[in-house]
Structure formats: C-alpha cells, structure tokens
Ligand binder design. Structure first.
Ligand SMILES: [Zn+2]
Ligand SMILES: [Zn+2]
Length: 229
C-alpha cells in the first residue's frame, strides 16, 4: 500500500496540532490526550453547568464522580480561580440531598461515573484520530520520535487501524519492547555492587517506563495549561 505524504485523511489542523503536542510530550500520547479531554470536560461542567438541572439530575443518579475523577476535579479547583469551591458545593449539595431523600440508594448498586462514561468516547475518538494520522509518513515520523503508546492503547489503536498501519504499529511496538527489555537488564546489572559502570539516561527510568508502558501513563495533577481549559 502506498504511504501518503500528508498527515492522514480527514484530520483537521486542530486535531493534528493537539496530536503533535501530545506526541512531543512524555509518556503515552493517547493517555495524555484523553486526560486533557477529561480536564476540559470537568472544567466546562463546573464552570458552565453547575446550575444545569440535567447535570444535577445525572450526578444525583450516579452518586457523584468516582474517586479518580473526584480527585481530578479537586485538583482543577485548587489550581483554577474560575473553578470555585462554591460550584462543587452546589453540585454536591444535590447529590448528598438525593441520598438523604432516598436512603435505599446507599445500598447500591453503584452507578457509573459520568466522567468515566465520557472518557470512553474520548478514548475511542483519539484512537481513531491516531490510526488515521499513522497512514502518512509525516505522522509516522512524529510517532517514531515520540515516547509511543502504552499497551492498552496500542491494542486499541491497532484494532482501529487498517492492516498495513496495524503491521507497522506492531513492528514499532515490538522494537520498543525489545529496547525496554535491554534497558531493564542493564539497570539491574549496573546496580550490582561489583559493577562500576554508570547508568545511561534511558536505563535510569527503565523501571518507570515498564510500569507505564504496560499499564498506562498516570499524571499526578491536572496537566492542561490553565489558559487552554
Ligand atoms: Zn495510553
Ligand atoms: Zn470516573
């Protein structure tokens, strides 16, 4: 199959720019794009929809956000002056009130977190965008010099890609794993007391890379620049 020069079919300049930014940053680019999407969604919800009856109704039904999204929301409020504690209080007064009105909800079953549901759509969208981006040589060059995908997102993007892109992506992923295995070995060997060789930069963090490569990248706090929320 011919490999095009462009950055993939049907990709807008904005999508391509965001993807390139994620590819230039540390860790899995898809984990990062999804996380930024979640932060934008939570910010909009808090800033514009904290008085919206539908939003209140949905959160009351689900009993609020899951731990991960509650923590992310707290991080956004602590960092962004426009996102106020009062807006969270307004939403959660409804959630707490709903539990008091219908105590049988305390017994569960737990309902799905709305932010987790939103994330499913985000993951699928960005996986499709990346699969199209990798059709072109330009996209492949950007991906090659990136940190590459985590295993869960590699599987997803590969499942969304055409046969030729899937083969290319799989070969790239195997090469990354092979290099990672070598660095994991070097990290152990050089840490032995009787080996005096210094660790190279890629070897020092190999253990950490193995954790995110197989499990997915994690972020300690909000990662979207405040001006872009
Ligand atoms: Zn990932
Ligand atoms: Zn959640």
């Amino acid at each position: 199959m011919r490999v095009g020069k462009g950055s993939g079919r049907g990709l807008t300049p904005l999508l391509t720019r965001r993807l390139r930014e994620a590819l230039a940053a540390p860790g899995c680019p898809l984990c990062r794009l999804v996380r930024i999407g979640e932060e934008r969604w939570l910010s909009t919800l808090l800033y514009e929809l904290s008085g919206d009856p539908l939003t209140h109704g949905e959160l009351a039904r689900t009993g609020g956000f899951c731990r991960e999204h509650a923590r992310l929301l707290a991080g956004l409020v602590e960092r962004q002056a426009l996102l106020t504690p009062a807006a969270v209080a307004r939403l959660y007064e409804t959630v707490v009130g709903a539990l008091l009105v219908k105590p049988r909800r305390l017994a569960g079953p737990a309902q799905g977190c709305p932010a987790c549901r939103y994330r499913e759509g985000l993951v699928s969208h960005h996986a499709g965008v990346l699969a199209r981006f990798l059709v072109g040589e330009e996209g492949r060059a950007a991906y090659r010099s990136s940190a590459g995908l985590c295993l869960p997102h590699f599987r997803l993007v590969a499942s969304r890609a055409s046969g030729e892109v899937r083969s290319w992506l799989e070969a790239d992923f195997l090469a990354r794993l092979s290099d990672l295995r070598r660095r994991l070995g070097e990290l152990q060997r050089k840490q032995r007391y009787d080996v005096g060789e210094p660790l190279l930069p890629g070897e020092v963090g190999a253990w950490r890379e193995a954790l995110w490569r197989l499990g997915g990248s994690w972020f300690d706090g909000p990662i979207t620049p405040p001006g872009e929320l």
